[in-house]
Ligand binder design. Sequence first.
Ligand code: DX5
Ligand code: ZN
Length: 220
Amino acid sequence: MAVQISPSILSADFARLAEEAAVVHNADWLHVDVMDNHFVPNLTLGLPVVEALLKATSTPVDCHLMIEDPDRWAPAYAEAGAGSVTVHAEAAKAPVRTLRQIRAAGARAGFALNPATAVEPYEDLLGEIDMLLLMTVEPGFGGQRFLDVVLPKVRRARSLIAAHGGQVWLQVDGGVSAETIERCAEAGADVFVAGSAVYGADDPAAAVQNLRDLAERAAR
Ligand code: DX5
Ligand code: ZN
């Protein structure tokens, strides 16, 4: 499994999104946090901004929907051209239908779990999922402290994924930095979201490269 880095534009300058996307030219994805002030206590951006960003960048866009009604909204992000669309287990009322609609619209289907949500009840859904996202902070804000309590779940998720053929990517999001990324890679994560650790750095592209090097070494 190849290491992939997905910088979160939540920590970028929202007034200069196209330039901020271009700065991380060596990233595999651009992670876009859609927050509705209901599922999480923060409000960011929605489909019109994602559509504008898609026109402004050639980097694949990884939409993380932290919204109350993902069943209603997720397919439109896939239809707009996002490469990956992730919905939360705690919010989706018809996840099988929604994940299938995301795939049918041509995007990878992601399924996210908050820190306190167990992975085992969703084992039978792994065939419907292209990426499992395990939150390593409570969702809502960038710059929070990494929650080590999630690491055993990362290991268990990696085992479940391996038992189901190993095709599903395992993403971690929240507090991922040069201090914490090796622990995540050792536990089995292969897609790493980093907001403040990338956009808070003097040289965001160098930060992406450093995170990639650390994760690749730890995964070996
Ligand atoms: C938090 C978001 C994250 C956030 C991560 O709810 O889902 O993607 O941008 O930010 P850092 O890497 O600063 O913890
Ligand atoms: Zn996110």
